[in-house]
Design a protein around this ligand. Structure first.
Ligand code: SAM
Ligand code: SF4
Length: 441
């Protein structure tokens, strides 16, 4: 009996990349590969990359450099680079690292069989970075990491061209998957006992704008809400400009949609928002938050924010701090602005020095920590519904964790294996990032 070839895959970046890797692995398993976590034992090494910030890109190039030694020791090992950095860098990767064997873009993820065969039998460098005319995962095998919660990409690409962002250049224009394809996938997952659907898109609430049939994000949510067996529906990332009142009504009326909305603010300064090409001002943003909170009970709101965009003065940064104090997000993903070659903000004057960017980041993180502490403290003594999705990482006996509908992590103990169950937990203690509780029998 021959040994199965082994693939080592490392994924960088967002949930979309994680889901792309699930499709990549599904196809490789079908082609006879098994997965290894030991890079030195692999026959195929795949890096699924990200390039949103310069630092990640440098880290990936440095990893590619380290893999050179593995290839020198064993020239039969195949090295492939995919994901956003592959699309952005294309042939530059071959120039910097001539030992890389193949490169493919996110839109070519479901063409892996063709790509691997070209490399196995063609004995030449291979690059596949064309955008495809439609977005579909029909009949593409997938090997999901979780048996409880499933990522579902409902659309890909972005038409927004925020001035700092490379995504429209790496993931191409917005393309929505057909409604019937998504419904059939979710029905299938429900039959396989999945409890939670996590809908993904760079701009998830503009779903359907490019489809000829009259499909909207709200309509899709309503259809998914009717699928038996599914208990929770989540989605990310919403753009404020597409957050309609109709969507707020849908979230309120669909019992399976979780009460958590992730709505990137990016900055609290109107001047910076304009330069970012975000297509809203701060009053518009605050008004959406007000409508959401007035209409949906117990809703958690989280955000993405950036400090140090070119031209950001102390006053602009103070506007961001003020917006944070006023809105009180449950949690914020905070980023230091990073210059990206394709994005036009890299051409702007008045780049903010790194030291100042770091100072601003820490001030913002400290403020958000106080806000999250205050919000989570109020949950002490309350009973919350938790979908249990993990056993303790630290191997603490009987410790489990899961998430509330508001997407907060709750840690508790149980003698019974509760993975995949929806349970009630009483919150005993809180921190800015985690809640600790006792299972209610
Ligand atoms: N589509 C989503 C949106 O509209 O916000 C998010 C996609 S983006 C990959 C995730 C986050 O990365 C953004 O919300 C932004 O805060 C951050 N980001 C994007 N480009 C960046 C850059 N050049 N420097 C720093 N952070 C960046
Ligand atoms: Fe990037 Fe803006 Fe598109 Fe989000 S909406 S992916 S930040 S261009």
């Amino acid at each position: 009996m021959t040994n199965k070839p082994k693939v080592f895959i490392k994924t960088f970046g967002c949930q979309m990349n994680v889901n792309d890797s699930e499709y990549i692995i599904g196809q490789l398993v079908k082609l006879g590969y098994s997965i290894t976590e030991d890079i030195s034992k692999s026959n195929l090494i795949l890096l699924n990359t990200c390039c949103v910030r310069a630092k990640v890109e440098q880290k990936i190039y440095s990893l590619i450099g380290k893999i050179k030694k593995i290839k020198e020791n064993n020239p039969n090992v195949i090295l492939g680079i995919c994901g956003c950095m592959a699309q952005k860098e294309k042939e530059n990767i071959f120039e910097r690292a001539p030992y890389v064997d193949f490169i493919f873009s996110p839109s070519q993820v479901n063409n892996l069989e063709e790509i691997i065969n070209a490399i196995r039998y063609g004995n030449k460098k291979y690059i596949s970075c064309e955008n495809t005319p439609e977005f579909s995962f029909n009949h593409v095998p997938v090997k999901r990491e979780s048996k409880i919660s499933a990522w579902i990409q409902i659309m890909r690409g972005c038409n927004n061209y925020c001035s700092y962002c490379v995504v429209p250049y790496t993931r191409g224009p917005e393309q929505s998957r057909g409604v019937s394809e998504i419904l059939s996938e979710v029905n299938n997952l429900a039959q396989n006992k999945y409890k939670e659907m996590f809908l993904l898109g760079q701009n998830v609430n503009s779903y359907g704008n490019d489809l000829s049939q009259s499909a909207t994000f709200s309509k899709l949510l309503e259809l998914l809400n009717n699928i038996n067996g599914i208990e929770r529906i989540r989605f990310t990332t919403s753009h404020p400009k597409d957050f309609s009142f109709d969507l707020i009504k849908t979230i309120k009326s669909c019992n399976k949609i979780c009460n958590h909305i992730h709505l990137p603010i990016q900055s609290g300064s109107n001047k910076i928002l304009k330069m970012m090409n975000r297509k809203y001002d701060i009053d518009y943003y605050k008004n959406i938050i007000k409508e959401i909170r007035n209409n949906i009970d117990n809703i958690a709101i989280t955000t993405d924010v950036m400090v140090g965009f070119p031209g950001e003065t102390e006053d602009d940064f103070m506007d961001t701090l003020r917006a944070f104090k006023e809105i009180e997000f449950d949690e914020a993903y905070t980023f230091i602005y990073s210059n990206r070659v394709n994005a036009i903000a890299s051409l702007l004057p008045d780049q903010v020095p790194l030291k100042l960017k770091k100072e601003r980041l820490w001030r913002l993180i400290e403020l958000q920590k106080d806000i999250s502490t205050k919000i989570n403290k109020k949950l002490e003594g309350m009973i919350v519904g938790v979908l249990v999705d993990k056993k303790s990482k630290k191997n603490i006996a009987n410790q489990f964790s899961g998430r509330t509908g508001t997407n907060k992590t709750v840690v508790f103990t149980s003698k019974q294996d509760l993975l995949g169950e929806l349970v009630k937990v009483k919150i005993i203690k809180s921190s800015p990032w985690t809640l600790y509780g006792e299972l209610i029998e």
